[in-house]
Design a protein around this ligand. Structure first.
Ligand code: C2E
Ligand code: MG
Ligand code: MG
Ligand code: MG
Length: 279
């Protein structure tokens, strides 16, 4: 905690510290009951073919609406949920709801839209993730290929005893496996080589600076090179402008995601976009 100040090994009392601790407690208390109180929902951000503009997948992003705290962005509560362990229950809800939605869209004839779900490293450590996923697919009558799981680089280094086996089982189920925010974290290339994943998502941290910033251009080129030589798919995150889209296309990145196309959309808006796009 960056707000935590130490002096002579003792924690210095400060109103700021007290406030941040109170805030943490408040968030964690409400978080514990949020799932039961039906306070979560998912929005869906299209993953778009950068050449033709067609939508090929939807990333499910969690939103939390609490009557006292207001609307909370995931960056403000996922970390807390990981600390307390609540992320395991929340993650199960997300997985189940995303599968339910994917099945509903298929039944409605919306086309074969793959839904991507973010998975925390804690879900890996705490439960039989492959079993949970298999059960969710079975319950909603979905093939594994209807689902994509996004892991952050952290999952690579936490090195749960059966990470490799879990990835292998998930891949066997047909689930698409990707590493999210690639380049932001540890970039453990050794693990990357060992894991049976399908693709990488280039972090928006570097997409932001292209085509103007030389070091961001260099990082994007390097990640594209890694993906190409390992035979992995690549999705560019956080595309906000036409020059960024063109840069990625010229780099050979086939798929992108970002505000240039759409933010995370409520399910009905996402469905409307899909139907109008096919006319
Ligand atoms: P992420 O998985 O990398 O998701 C992309 C984030 O970037 C989303 O923020 C999205 O709204 C935002 N974004 C998309 N396009 C653009 C753009 O063009 N410009 C900018 N500036 N931002 C863009 P969001 O929804 O606030 O989620 C933040 C992070 O929270 C996610 O990053 C993911 O790591 C985590 N998260 C979200 N939902 C879940 C979930 O269900 N489970 C877990 N474990 N983590 C989640
Ligand atoms: Mg993601
Ligand atoms: Mg990401
Ligand atoms: Mg992110």
């Amino acid at each position: 905690d960056s707000k935590r100040r130490m002096r002579n090994g003792l924690q210095e009392f400060s109103p700021e510290l007290e406030q941040s601790q109170q805030n943490r407690l408040r968030v964690e208390t409400h978080l514990r009951r949020a799932a039961d109180n039906d306070e979560f929902r998912l929005v869906y951000q299209p993953q778009v073919d950068l050449r033709h503009g067609t939508t090929i997948a939807a990333e499910a992003l969690i939103r939390w609406q609490n009557h006292q705290l207001g609307e909370m962005r995931p960056d403000h509560f996922i970390g807390h949920a990981e600390t307390t362990g609540d992320i395991v229950r929340i993650g199960r809800w997300v997985l189940n709801e995303a599968c339910r939605q994917a099945a509903e869209w298929r039944d409605a004839g919306l086309g074969i839209i793959r839904v991507a779900v973010n998975v925390s490293y804690r879900q890996f450590l705490a439960e039989d993730l492959a079993g949970t996923v298999r059960e969710a697919l079975r319950e909603h009558g979905l093939p594994g290929s209807a689902l994509e799981l996004e892991f952050t680089e952290r999952v690579l280094i936490e090195d749960a005893p059966d990470t490799l086996r879990t990835f292998a089982v998930l891949r066997e189920l047909g689930v698409i496996l990707t590493i999210d925010d690639f380049g932001e974290g540890y970039s453990a290339l050794n693990y990357l080589r060992r894991l049976p994943i399908h693709g990488l998502k280039l972090s928006q941290l570097f997409v932001e600076g292209v085509p103007g910033n030389h070091s961001d251009v260099a990082v994007c080129q390097a990640v594209a090179g890694i993906a190409r030589s390992l035979g992995l798919g690549l999705v560019a995150e956080g595309i906000e402008s036409e020059p960024q889209r063109r840069f990625m296309l010229e780099l050979g990145v086939p798929v992108g995601q970002g505000f240039l196309f759409a933010p995370g959309l409520p399910p009905d808006e996402f469905a409307r976009r899909m139907t109008t796009a096919r006319v």
